[in-house]
Write a protein that binds this ligand. Structure first.
Ligand SMILES: Cc1ncc(COP(=O)(O)O)c(C=O)c1O
Length: 426
């Protein structure tokens, strides 16, 4: 951070609430412009942006097709949830990419708002009210989403009632101290048991991230999501896949939860590529259930405004035309293999994992506990010093390059990260 950038932050923070994203505050960047996977700060320094606005940068900063579409819509009109060509294109674009059974879409403005809508919809469609979510999961900071989020509730009083929470399939740190596949997905059995013990028999939905983002891009083993599907079916409950972070190609598939056939998918982040738009997608039968499906019962001021439509239409067009899910799958596998080749899983590096272009490098202490905040920040700073901006979470470096990133840039990112981690001494 230059002196002038430090002064800029100092001034902003006299007026801005201090609860900003920790990694953004750590970086302390004052950004001037951005292009694809590169951020340029006010001192003219370039950074490889693997933070991507916390996984938002799906089709690249300032992607020309996207920018032009938004400019055109801005010139035309921007206020009102009336029908528009851009919203129609967005709906066509989304439903063409999504599994055919998810044929209805309702738009919102942010991830947490869409999670809330998914919970309300599940309650409407089932007539029941309980939710099962998972340890260390993240679904947002509004009251209902927070109740389903792991931790982050201290000091905020009682959470929404009826939310059960059991361990996620985090095989690196299995809370049940078992090993996959020998465990036979013991965490799902525990969830079944917990519901038997605790539920009032009114489970509306299981809410799950197909890859847990904030806890460090934790990728569950094969069979986990389908096993949750079965559990939901046993309770005549819905399966809600929170794909805010993973949807539209990030993990190498349009939906990371596809094998589990979710009843409701929550989309956000990358679907707007910077424009604040989110959505839930469900079948017509589910989406029209009352009271959610009643007139005005599920609208929001900005949901489906024309600029949102233009953003989603552009993103879905780019994802489809450039086959970005396939690209994320191929480039992500190569990136992961290169990281594993260059960075042995020892010393400070506990595990390198990922799905497509959502990668986690879990950093650990000498006793393989999660790395403390101070040392994590030191690693973060060292990476920033060599021009690599990452996201953090749960003692893990989280990497979210745009799906349009050049292969050479991924190689350079892997080399720079390896140079820092393999020579790490605190
Ligand atoms: C999986 C998941 N769901 C929901 C949210 C909340 O999204 P927003 O910050 O847009 O409210 C996030 C944000 O990180 C997320 O990762």
């Amino acid at each position: 951070m230059t002196d002038s950038q430090a002064r800029h932050w100092e001034v902003e923070l006299t007026m801005l609430g201090p609860g900003v994203s920790e990694a953004v505050a750590w970086a302390g960047l004052v950004v001037e412009r951005a292009s694809n996977a590169t951020l340029t700060d006010s001192a003219g320094r370039d950074y490889l942006d693997l933070m991507g606005g916390a996984g938002v940068n799906l089709v690249g900063h300032s992607n020309p097709g996207y920018v032009n579409a938004l400019h055109r819509q801005l010139d035309a009109w921007m206020i009102g949830a009336h029908a528009s060509v851009s919203r129609l294109e967005a709906l066509r674009g989304l439903t063409a990419l999504l599994p055919p059974e998810l044929d209805r879409v309702q738009f919102y403005s942010g991830g947490a708002e869409a999670v809330e809508a998914a919970i309300r919809l599940a309650k409407s469609a089932t007539g029941k009210f309980e939710i099962l979510s998972f340890w260390r999961g993240f679904h947002g900071r509004t009251a209902g989403a927070l109740a389903a989020t792991g931790g982050a509730r201290a000091g905020l009083g009682p959470a929404m009632t009826g939310v059960h929470s059991t361990p996620y399939a985090n095989c690196y740190r299995c809370p049940l101290k078992t090993t996959y596949p020998g465990c036979g997905l013991a965490c799902v059995d525990l969830a079944r048991e917990a519901l038997r013990e605790q539920s009032s028999g009114s489970l509306a939905a299981i809410l799950v991230e197909p890859v847990q983002g904030r806890s460090g891009n934790v990728v569950p083993p094969p069979g986990y999501l389908p096993a949750l599907r079965e559990l939901a079916d046993e309770h005549d409950a819905l399966l809600i896949a929170d794909e805010s972070m993973t949807g539209l190609g990030r993990t190498g598939a349009i939906l990371a939860s596809e094998p589990a056939k979710p009843d409701i998918a929550v989309l956000g982040k990358g679907m707007g590529n910077g424009y604040p738009v989110s959505a839930i997608a469900a079948s017509s039968a589910v989406m029209t259930a009352g009271p959610f499906g009643a007139p005005s019962a599920s609208s929001s001021s900005y949901g489906g405004f024309p600029l949102a439509g233009a953003a989603v239409a552009a993103v879905t067009r780019i994802v489809r035309d450039q086959r970005l899910a396939d690209r994320a799958d191929a480039a992500g596998s190569e990136f992961l293999a290169l990281l594993r080749e260059l960075i042995p899983e020892r010393g400070i590096v506990g595990q390198i994992r990922g799905a497509g272009l959502a990668v986690g490098i879990e950093l650990v202490t000498d006793t393989r506990g999660p790395l403390g905040k101070r040392e994590l920040r030191a690693v973060f700073d060292r990476l920033l010093g060599v021009g690599v901006l990452v996201m953090t979470g749960g003692g893990t470096l989280r990497l979210y390059p745009p799906l349009t990133i050049d292969r050479d840039e991924l190689t350079r990112a892997a080399q720079l990260i390896a140079a820092v981690l393999t020579t790490w001494t605190s």
